[in-house]
Design a protein around this ligand. Structure first.
Ligand SMILES: [Zn+2]
Length: 327
């Protein structure tokens, strides 16, 4: 590995600046007044499996799942078996999509592998929503495993439960569930997908990316993307009063450390002008530490966040039917 944990992308996230708080103030106040009143309208997911899968992925036997490692391959094999069990189709003939990861200061490259599975849409099959989360994390240091429970076993597990939901409730658009590899080395898996896409980029309606969605230390889940892509704002704002967690909009403008646009895999889609919404929590004391363990997760917050994100994808799937085609 050439990228130490301290240099990887999320590390740039700092505390929220007062300016950002002001910018998002209007939406945030709606979030505070919201809460759980409308939770009955959110998709029901398998909460026990949601949490059990985070424990599985962040077990020491997975070694933190860094790209190119045996633990990463073990996690990947399990993800593929889950996609098959859930009945998701391969994409371009395979669930596994390898790519090369250049290593700084070295001529040889490392092999990363994205895992993809598709559900065909009912009325807009040729148009695709890419719903994604990275499954890799950072390598051990001095023999200590960084389990990456929140970052990003949480998003990975949420994607599997969303896939189960949409298998039982067929979407209008086709949905590709994408599990990225080598995010921690610079969004490499997502960039490889966009550079060599298995479908025309113009057919991709939007990317919904999940990265760190389980830690409810503040009870808040952020949705970024409505500033660069205002078509997302009414969908998100209508969800705020019904969300099962405090849903706040922000972290998507200004270009500084508190602008998360390019700090996870949605950045690769934004670079191709594909609209995105990113869901995640603010940094916590265990962020990129060996203590990012599943025992630290508040199951109630995590389940609420997963249901809220699933509800967003349901609403995006309907709303985007009337959007004009992208150039
Ligand atoms: Zn992450």
């Amino acid at each position: 590995m050439t990228t130490p944990p301290s240099a990887s992308l999320h590390r740039l996230r700092g505390l929220v600046l007062p300016l950002v708080v002001l910018v998002i103030g209007a939406c945030a106040s709606a979030g505070r007044a919201g809460g759980q009143a409308g939770a009955a309208t959110l998709p029901a997911l398998d909460s026990a499996r949601l949490l059990a899968d985070v424990f599985r992925l962040s077990h020491d036997s997975m070694g933190g799942r860094p790209a190119g490692s045996a633990g990463n391959a073990k996690a990947r094999a399990w993800l593929v078996s889950e996609l098959r069990r859930l009945g998701l189709e391969p994409v371009s003939g395979s669930h596994e999509h390898p790519f090369a990861v250049a290593r700084r200061g070295s001529a040889d490259s490392l092999r990363g592998v994205n895992v993809l599975g598709m559900i065909r849409g009912r009325s807009a099959e040729a148009k695709v929503l890419v719903v994604s989360a990275h499954y890799d994390h950072v390598p051990p240091r001095n023999g200590v495993v960084y389990n990456g429970a929140d970052d990003n076993a949480s998003g990975t597990s949420t994607l599997l439960q969303m896939a189960a939901h949409f298998r039982a409730n067929r979407p209008e658009h086709s949905i590709v569930f994408a599990f990225w590899d080598a995010e921690e080395m610079g969004l490499v898996g997502a960039r490889a997908f966009v550079a060599n896409p298995p479908m025309a980029l113009a057919s991709i309606v939007a990317n919904v990316n999940l990265d760190m969605v389980a830690r409810g230390d503040k009870g808040e889940l952020y949705a970024a993307g409505a500033t660069p892509y205002p078509q997302m704002r009414p969908i998100l704002e209508s969800l705020v009063p019904q969300a099962a967690v405090t849903l706040r909009l922000g972290h998507d403008s200004g270009g500084g450390q508190d602008d998360w646009t390019n700090q996870s895999d949605q950045g690769a889609f934004h670079a191709a002008k594909i609209p995105f919404v990113y869901f995640g929590v603010e940094d916590h004391p265990d962020y990129h530490q060996p203590t990012d363990d599943p025992e630290k997760i508040d199951g109630k917050f995590f389940y609420g966040a997963a249901r809220t994100i699933a509800a967003f994808v349901v609403r995006l799937d309907r709303a985007a039917l009337t959007w004009p085609a992208r150039p």
